[in-house]
Write a protein that binds this ligand. Sequence first.
Ligand code: ADP
Ligand code: MG
Length: 245
Amino acid sequence: MAVDPLIELRDVNKHYGQLHVLRNIDLTVGRGEVVVIIGPSGSGKSTLCRTINRLETIESGTITLDGRPLPAEGRELARLRAEVGMVFQSFNLFAHKTVLANVSLAQVKVRKRGKDEAEKRSRELLDRVGLADQADKYPAQLSGGQQQRVAIARALAMSPKALLFDEPTSALDPEMINEVLEVMQQLAAEGMTMVVVTHEMGFARSAANRVVFMADGRIVEDRTPEEFFTAPESERARDFLSKIL
Ligand code: ADP
Ligand code: MG
């Protein structure tokens, strides 16, 4: 498949003190692609996600978003960062704001939309994630699965070019995992560009265009789910899969 690159990392390196946490990372995410990142705990998956959004600085390499280099800081960075939404394991909703306000807030502050327009869009998005009737509640009144769907609606509200998910279902009770994965499947089917760190191999098989396997800060494999799951090339990946499948 000829990809139209939306996110490109070239030879990206990052340390935390002595720890070389990202090593020579080359990764291209095409427009409309879903890339699932898997790998052992501590392999650098979360750091990679945060790096794509420049929530972390890097020491060398380049990151481009839609053909433009991501600057290290400043107004331009804030603008570009708003184009890549992020959904975390812990939903990070504002506890003292309603669901509607959670989804609307950044639209007004960052995207400079009027309050009415932002709320209208928020209601549409809440409907899309199956929460039209929860708009006036507070996060603590919702289940974990519902809170995570609010977080997804909030990320979508910024009209991002891509979404990053860092273990979005890892903090959820088992019966709530599917309602979140279904929303993500739907987004994937609609053509949203997504980078998803997850241990949900069913999602990887059914939604991913590519599976990226990381170990010790490196990308060890970057292949189709079909290839990866039927014949992983590396010992590390075989070992990892034998433990989780
Ligand atoms: P993963 O998400 O794959 O579990 P992380 O990206 O969270 O891995 O972490 C990769 C490595 O970097 C781990 O060894 C972790 O302990 C370390 N690390 C993560 N964040 C920090 C930080 N802020 N300061 C120092 N070390 C960190
Ligand atoms: Mg992590």
